[in-house]
Structures are given as C-alpha cells and as structure tokens.
Write a protein that binds this ligand. Structure first.
Ligand SMILES: NC(=O)c1ccc[n+]([C@@H]2O[C@H](COP(=O)([O-])OP(=O)(O)OC[C@H]3O[C@@H](n4cnc5c(N)ncnc54)[C@H](OP(=O)(O)O)[C@@H]3O)[C@@H](O)[C@H]2O)c1
Length: 183
C-alpha cells in the first residue's frame, strides 16, 4: 500500500494559517519543512508534496512551485493552465495517490495542508507519520488543524529531527513525530 506522511506547524490554539498565509515568521522552521520534504535516500529520486489550492497560492510567487519536489495541487475549480509548468492538478487526494502509484521516480509523499486535506489524510489508512511542529504560543488564526485521531502516538524522531525546545524571535517551538499504531 502506498503510504504518505503529513507535515504541519501548529500553534497552541491549533491554528495553522491566517488570510492565506502563515500566522508566524520562523525561518528555521521553514528550513526544517524544506529539508524534511526534500530528503530522499536515493539521490536519483525526489519527493512529492500534495496540497490544497489555497496552500499552493499562499506560498510567495517567487517560491512556488516548491523546488526539487513534485508539486501536486488539489482543486475542483482550477484548470491545469492556471498552474505553472510541472505542477500536477488533481481533483481529489485519492486521484493524486493514483497518479503517484505509477511514478517510480518518487520516493516519499508529503501532505502539506491545508485543513481539509490534513483531515482527509489523517483518516486514511495510508497515513504513516505526522511531523508536527508545536509552536508554544497563541496566534490569531482563521485556519485550524483538525483533531488528531487517537491511533497516532508520539515516537522518538529520526536523527534528522532537532530535539528539544527551539527558539527564534522569542517564539519557542518543538518538533514532534507521531506514528499510526497498528491495531
Ligand atoms: N502551518 C502550516 O503548517 C500550514 C500548512 C499548510 C497551509 N497552511 C495555511 O493554511 C491556509 C490554507 O489552508 P486552507 O485549509 O484554507 O486551504 P487549502 O486546503 O490549502 O485549500 C482549500 C482548497 O483546496 C482544494 N481542495 C482541498 N481538499 C481537496 C480535495 N480533497 N479534493 C479536491 N480539492 C481539494 C479546494 O479547492 P477548489 O475550491 O478549487 O476546489 C479547496 O477550496 C493558509 O493560511 C496557509 O498558509 C499552514
């Protein structure tokens, strides 16, 4: 079965976004996102990042599509011509996974938001791990992370995940990894 992981940064009041953007500016966290979603063990392969329409267009124009990764945008209203070359448009998460099943040059699949995509992803038996950055502060938000199903439990992270409380611009945060427990 094709599996995927999810990556998100969430604040104390469970927010993930405001007005189409991130509620905070934490450079080192963005670098962690970039590094984690790019990393492959086979240098000949790359990873895929799957996201909703608003998340894709929330990335600054100069930084999208996210480089060195296959960008897949979920939307039922966009047309392929409205997306930059090389970006795939899919009408559903299942459709995206079907496309990915046939791509032997893709190593890992990362679900990168937003809200509804995260909810659908966590409910799927294909969802393996949740890489969650817990930001230890409240922010004004209009988009929130859905409830995490009880089947996910915290595990010790791989060596690439910085341990302990991190800090930037007076904002404290910690990287966590949760994994779906088999019944
Ligand atoms: N903190 C974080 O880690 C993080 C991560 C990601 C995003 N964000 C923030 O979250 C906000 C954006 O998230 P959002 O929840 O508002 O929107 P979103 O999920 O990025 O986009 C919503 C749109 O995506 C399409 N879509 C979503 N699920 C779909 C599905 N299963 N099948 C087909 N189309 C689907 C629909 O587009 P159509 O209407 O075109 O059909 C829907 O209106 C921004 O503020 C962004 O900065 C934060």
């Amino acid at each position: 079965m094709l599996r995927f992981n999810l990556i998100v940064a969430v604040c104390e009041n469970f927010g993930i976004g405001i007005k189409g953007d991130l509620p905070w500016h934490i450079k080192s966290e963005l670098k962690y996102f970039s590094r984690t979603t790019k990393r492959t063990s086979d240098p000949a392969k790359r990873n895929a990042v799957v996201m909703g329409r608003k998340t894709f267009f929330g990335v600054p124009e100069s930084k999208r599509p996210l480089p060195d990764r296959l960008n897949i945008v979920l939307s039922s209203t966009l047309k392929q011509e409205e997306l930059p070359k090389g970006v795939l448009l899919c009408p559903s998460l299942e459709a995206a996974l079907k496309v990915l099943e046939d791509k032997s040059d893709i190593e890992n699949i990362w679900i990168v938001g937003g809200s509804g995509v995260y909810k659908e992803a966590m409910a799927s038996p294909r969802c393996h791990r949740l890489y969650i950055t817990k930001i230890q502060k409240e922010f004004e938000c209009d988009t929130f992370f859905p409830a995490i199903p009880d089947s996910f439990k915290e595990v010790s992270p791989d060596s690439d995940v910085p341990l302990g409380v991190q800090e930037e611009n007076d904002i404290k945060y910690e990287y966590k990894v949760l994994e779906k427990q088999s019944k």
